[in-house]
Design a protein around this ligand. Structure first.
Ligand code: PMP
Length: 286
């Protein structure tokens, strides 16, 4: 089956899908994006993703390329045309095509690209065995709360992890505190069972999975403490895990090769994994 992409108003064969060479996304990374999960053909957490997209756009003084309603129609259509049952939708909006000049163009139409693809079920070894993370200095700019396509430090961090045989790189700020992963939020579980994850500020992205997992945990009467934590604390924690739209809840069992807790996925992480799985399949209701 051939894939289809949505590009600026048209559904086009994936192989020919393209934007102009003077698109500001291409030249300046002047754009924002979202990645949403598709489960059983249904978009998961559409509203919070649209909220975050609106916020990212507003922070960059970009007008939305389409209303929320029209956008969700496009998402559904791209999912349908690509026959995605379980997978992801990617949406990217840039400030559009304009003669190269750093300042915003007087007139340009935002570019909008939407793609979708199926993803194979995750290997059960990830939840059974957990993953390794390494740490790298956080060399990003001071507005990591904006979900921009400008991802060079994240790419370099993920590549370092790949080369070290690790799943993810956790980034460490100038006060030796972990901010987040290159494409995931970072969590630890204390001996008491309390969850710790960094507070929402300009140093991290407000992950939708982070939000959902916080909510699910609190419904289970689990205490959530939003504060920065150090590498030392993470290695000494009872458990650690990471969250994102594509990694769900993933146990972290080693950091810089040092085991966390028993060096195996812990009970709190497993319970949250199961709860999040139920959320993905639409089995958790308000
Ligand atoms: N932090 C960063 C830097 C990310 O790129 C992502 C993934 N978009 C996340 C956290 C997790 O966010 P979400 O749960 O919304 O996928």
């Amino acid at each position: 089956m051939s894939r289809v992409a949505y590009v600026n108003g048209s559904y086009v064969p994936f192989a020919n899908a393209a934007v102009h060479i003077e698109d500001r996304g291409y030249q300046f990374a002047d754009g924002v994006y979202e990645v949403m999960a598709v489960r059983n053909g249904r978009l998961v957490d559409l509203e919070p993703h649209l909220d975050r997209l609106d916020r990212s756009l507003a922070e960059l003084s970009m007008a939305p390329a389409k209303s929320r309603g029209s956008l969700s129609v496009v998402f559904d259509e791209v999912v349908r045309r690509n026959r995605v049952t379980d997978g992801i939708v990617y949406v990217q909006m840039t400030r559009g095509v304009a003669k190269r000049d750093h300042a915003f163009p007087d007139a340009s139409t935002n570019s909008l690209v939407v793609t979708a693809r199926g993803t194979p079920p995750r290997s059960t070894s990830i939840i059974e065995e957990g993953v390794d993370v390494i740490t790298v200095p956080d060399i990003r700019w001071k507005r990591c709360d904006i979900k921009t396509v400008s991802l060079l430090p994240n790419i370099l961090a993920k590549q370092k992890a790949r080369e070290a045989g690790a799943y993810e790189a956790w980034m460490v700020d100038e006060s030796d505190r972990i901010t987040e992963g290159s494409s995931t939020n970072a969590w630890i579980v204390e001996e008491s069972g309390d969850l710790v994850t960094r507070q929402l500020d300009h140093a991290i992205l407000s992950g939708i999975t982070r939000m959902v997992v916080s909510d699910l945990a609190m419904r289970q009467q689990r205490r959530l403490v939003e504060r920065p934590f150090t590498l030392e604390e993470a290695i000494g924690a009872a458990e650690a895990f990471l969250t994102s739209t594509t990694s769900f809840v993933t146990p972290v069992v080693r950091i810089n090769r040092s085991p966390v807790g028993e060096g195996v996925p812990g009970p709190v992480t497993r319970a949250l994994y199961d709860l999040y799985e139920s959320h993905l399949s639409g089995q958790v209701h308000d």
